[in-house]
Design a protein around this ligand. Sequence first.
Ligand code: F3S
Length: 379
Amino acid sequence: MELGKHERDILKGRKGEGMKKALEILIILAEIHNAKRLIPITSAQISGVSYKTIGDAGLEFLKDMAEAEIKVNTPTTLNPAGVDFTSELKFPEDFVEKQREIIDTYTKMGVLPSCTCTPYYAGNLPRMGDHIAWAESSAVIYANSVLGAMTNRESALSALSAALVGKVPDYGLHMKENRAPTLLVEVEYPIISEADYAALGYHIGQNYEGIPYFRIRKKPRAEDLKTLGAALATGQVSMFHYHNITPEASYYHIDKIEKVELGQKEVSEAYEKLNSTEDVDIIAVGCPHAGISEILDVIKADPKREVWVFTSKNLKELFRDRIDNENIKLIADTCMVVSPLEKMGIKSIGVNSAKAAFYSMNLSNLKVKFDSLENLLRD
Ligand code: F3S
C-alpha cells in the first residue's frame, strides 16, 4: 500500500500513540477492501455521540483517545447527542452528565459540537466530487446522492480515524466506477406525501442492496430526497439516483440494468410494517433533522396537539422568536431515536419518517404511528 511521508511518520510514532492507532485502523480497513492508497478528505461527520447508543464503554474509549492529546486534521462535525442542554424538556440527570462528558471529549479533540445528522444545513456542505468520511447513514446517502460528494458509510471509529489522519482508504463509493445504478425502480403509484417517499425507500432498503435508480413522475422536494434516502439507508443502500433530479443520474444508461415495478401493494405493506398503534403521546418530526421548509410546514399547520420538531441548533436559533404556538417544541442536538424518550414518560410517537419509525420500534421499544405530517395532525 502506498504511504506518504506524513503517514510513515505517524506509523513510526512521531505524532503520538493515538494518531498511530487511528492510522493503523485505516490501514486494516484498506487491506480488507483491497484499497491501494489513502486519499485526502475535505470533511468528516462522526456518529457514536449519544450516551444511549455508546454507553460507558464508548465514553471510556473516547476519553482514552482524548488523553493522547490528538486533534482532528480536517473539519469535523458531530451527529446528534441524546440531550438538548437548552431545552425545557426534562432529560434524566445522570444521562445529561454522561452526555456532557462525551461532547466535551469530542470537543477536546477539535471536533465541532454541531450535533446534527444534517451537517449540510449547518455549514459542513461538501462540493460535488469531494471525498469525505461521513458516518450516519442518512447523511452518507444524502451526500453521495444529492450533493454528489463521495463517501462510504463509515463507522463511528473509522470516521474518527479518518478525521484524525485527514485521509480515507480509496475504495467503494470513492471510486467513480462503483457509483453506477444497479436497479431501475419504476413506481406505478401516485407518490403524494413525504411519508409515501419514506415508505417506498423503506421497501427498497429492506429488500435490495446496491444503488437504485428511481424513475418517478413526481418532482420531489429536497426534503423528500432526504426522507427517501434515510429510509433506504435502514438497509444497506448508501447511494441512489433520481431521474432528472440527482446530479449523477444522467451519467448512466439504465436500459440494461435489473428493473422492478412497484405499486400500491408494496407501499401499503411498508406502511403496515411501520405502524404499531393508532394513539400517540406526541408527534415527532425531523428525522433526519428538519430543514427550514419542514419547520415552516409545522408552523403553518398550527397544530392543536404537541409536536416535537428535531433540528440543528442553528435552525432552532433562527426560529427561536418566530413560533407562537405552544404545542410546537423545537429541539436541537438530539432526536426522537437517540434521546432517552422511553425514560421520559413517552410510550408512543407519531412520525413521518420511516427511519424514525423503524428505530423507535426496534431500539427504543416505542409504539409508533407512521403517516404524513398532514394525516398525523388530522387524527
Ligand atoms: Fe438523524 Fe436521529 Fe433520524 S440521528 S437520521 S434524526 S434517527
